[in-house]
Design a protein around this ligand. Structure first.
Ligand SMILES: Cc1cc2nc3c(=O)[nH]c(=O)nc-3n(C[C@H](O)[C@H](O)[C@H](O)COP(=O)(O)OP(=O)(O)OC[C@H]3O[C@@H](n4cnc5c(N)ncnc54)[C@H](O)[C@@H]3O)c2cc1C
Length: 411
């Protein structure tokens, strides 16, 4: 007879946080099951994931070794002036792995009986020590604990902590993911196997190579992944999320519904402000897409028998590149704390860590979006738009130093 599980854990959300949690809890003898809104395998959402010490450690704790061949090697950073000349280089050897590669590894660790797709959470009920998840399709599942691993716009958080909404940062990102063969060969050569950056009024552009279809790493078969941050007030964001029929897609507009005139306007801005090399990448992107930037940090992660982890608990802006490692550490440390009966100290430590990550990502994005007049903000913004700082701090390979600085400031 199989051993009796220690407790039943309902996990809402089957992306990074949910998968890391299910793996860690199962390894400790819990009956952990995922309920995910999407019906199919999840798409490559973050596309490129810059690796760093914290990510290696978190992924190792889940039983996976992130080897160099699990991504594209980058020598560091290179930044271009608007006229195409090189402003500077910063050496920072790093592997650019992919969101999909980590997702597929984690998903393969779980039995199908542990992962239920097409199950969108609608409500949570409690009955004594039991927590019951109620899904949109009317089904109900009872458990001892419920984990909210359902991302920035978490339904779980809306139910247990409605006073903590995700906040719009005052900018969105245009993004592109294209076959590297579309990028002119001489431009790829100039990028010198580095993350390329270029400053423009209202936000910088950055791009780098990532694994291609089927996790291909061979030159010529990879993808080029880019993003361009654009300052925009709420009205402008709303306009960009509205399709040609006037329908507003608040939670993200499908790529093929973005209005052509907006893409054309972005391309025109690119011609006015970005280096010719960068313009050629944007011109080679048939369907750029866009994403609003949101952040927040919930003051509490534990709400009775309901616990928030990953982006549902705190979402940092992407500049720090720490969303996946934070989700993984939330998940594995939660499993260990539950087992040890130490959820109180777990919550204190994780909230403090999340605040540092969110605050650091705000520092990095401080020159984008609305600019408060106070001298402190102005000094911070001026510092973080300096080429040397932008190149060294964006998705840094050794984030510890930056996090410690921020933690000391917040303490
Ligand atoms: C542009 C961009 C670039 C990024 N780059 C990086 C990077 O380089 N490095 C890095 O570490 N991170 C990066 N990130 C962040 C990273 O992708 C996230 O932090 C990470 O995916 C968070 O994982 P999660 O599981 O907490 O949430 P999510 O990945 O958002 O997953 C939440 C899941 O919950 C499901 N769900 C939602 N509501 C319900 C419901 N009601 N019922 C059931 N299921 C539900 C969703 O379908 C989804 O699958 C980037 C993010 C963006 C936007």
């Amino acid at each position: 007879m199989p051993p009796t599980p220690k407790a039943r854990i309902i996990i809402i959300g089957g992306s990074m946080a949910g998968l890391f949690a299910a793996t860690a809890l199962r390894n400790l003898g819990y009956d952990a099951r995922i309920y995910e809104r999407a019906g199919e395998a999840l798409a490559n959402r973050g596309a490129g994931i810059a690796t760093h010490d914290e990510l290696y450690a978190a992924v190792r704790a889940a039983g996976m070794e992130l080897r160099d061949e699990m991504g594209v090697r980058s020598k560091g950073r290179i930044m271009f002036e608007r006229d195409g000349s090189v402003i500077g280089r910063h050496d920072m050897p790093q592997v650019m792995t992919s969101w999909g590669l980590i997702y597929r590894f984690l998903r393969a660790q779980l039995e199908d009986a542990q992962y239920h797709g097409n199950r969108a959470l609608r409500a949570i009920e409690t009955r004594g020590d039991e927590v019951i998840a109620v899904f949109e399709d009317g089904t109900r599942v009872a458990g001892d604990w419920l984990l909210g691993a359902d991302g920035t716009r978490s339904t779980v958080r809306a139910l247990v902590a409605p006073q903590v909404p995700a906040e719009y940062c005052g900018y969105f990102g245009w993004r592109g993911l294209i076959d590297e063969a579309r990028v002119p060969a001489e431009v790829l050569a100039e990028f010198d196997e580095r993350m390329a950056l270029c400053m423009a009024p209202g936000g910088h552009w950055l791009g780098y190579l990532v694994a291609g279809p089927g996790d291909a790493l061979a030159p010529g078969r990879r993808w080029y992944n880019w993003g361009w941050y654009r300052t925009a007030d709420e009205a402008r964001l709303r306009d960009h999320l509205t399709d040609a029929r006037g329908h507003h897609h608040e939670n993200g507009i499908p790529h093929d519904l973005i209005r052509e005139e907006l893409i054309e306007a972005m391309r025109a801005e690119a011609r006015a402000w970005l280096a010719p090399q960068v313009q050629s990448v944007i011109a080679a992107t048939p369907r750029p897409f866009l994403q609003g930037m949101y952040d927040f940090c919930a003051p509490r992660f534990v709400h009775g028998r309901v616990v928030l982890i990953g982006d549902a608990a705190a979402t940092a802006r992407p500049h720090c590149g720490m969303g996946v490692s934070k989700a993984a550490e939330d998940a594995s440390s939660f499993a260990a704390a539950l087992d040890a009966g130490q959820l109180g100290s777990w919550e204190t430590a994780r909230v403090a860590y999340a605040r540092s990550v969110v605050e650091w990502s705000r520092d990095l994005g401080s020159y984008i979006g609305p600019q408060p007049e106070d001298p402190l903000h102005r000094a911070k913004a001026e510092r973080h738009m300096r080429p040397d700082v932008l190149m060294a701090a964006t998705a840094a390979a050794r984030p510890q130093r930056f996090l410690e600085e921020v933690a000391a400031r917040l303490a």
